[in-house]
Unconditional design. Structure first.
Length: 172
């Protein structure tokens, strides 16, 4: 069934082409290493999981204590378990800081005047502008985004599929 349509007369001007997230990753000083191993600077996926677990679940003091355990420190030549290649908490944290950055979650505590809660009420949220910037720079979505308000018709009926085909986008 044929689809006909029109685009808004005052839309669609391209002001320039920016660099997307993949372009920015390719400019990174470690880009050539990530082509060899996606877990760089970690040795492999297992070491990455260990580092991620330590950073997410332990304090820096606890990470230092963990890395000083005899089990971690023992010679890995004769052991089945390889010693992590990061040897200090600062080494681990530097590696984590060198990884690609994604939009962090934020948490706000909410209090209601005149109403006590048993547990604190937390609102977990993202900065919407940063999320939109990241989505628009993600090459995964490049061929699936519409930037022009449009009306699509099938047999004289409006066809709605995304925000840009909605009446509100046309009115704005």
């Amino acid at each position: 069934m044929p689809v006909t349509g029109i685009c808004h007369s005052q839309s669609g001007y391209v002001y320039g082409i920016g660099r997307n997230m993949l372009d920015k990753l390719e400019d990174d000083q470690y880009a050539h290493q990530w082509n060899i191993s996606p877990y760089y600077p970690f040795h492999d996926e297992g070491e990455w999981e260990l580092g991620k677990f330590l950073v997410e679940n332990l304090t820096q003091t606890q990470i230092t204590k963990f890395l000083k355990l005899k089990w971690v420190m023992r010679n890995n030549d004769l052991s089945y378990y390889a010693r992590p290649s990061f040897t200090t908490k600062n080494h681990l944290l530097d590696w984590m800081d060198s990884l690609p950055y994604f939009i962090p979650w934020k948490v706000s505590n909410i209090k209601f005047r005149g109403y006590m809660t048993i547990h604190p009420v937390e609102l977990v949220w993202h900065n919407v502008l940063e999320v939109v910037k990241q989505l628009f720079s993600d090459p995964t979505f490049a061929n699936h985004m519409t930037f022009n308000p449009h009306i699509a018709n099938t047999k004289n009926q409006c066809k709605y599929g995304d925000y840009m085909s909605a009446n509100m986008a046309w009115k704005i």
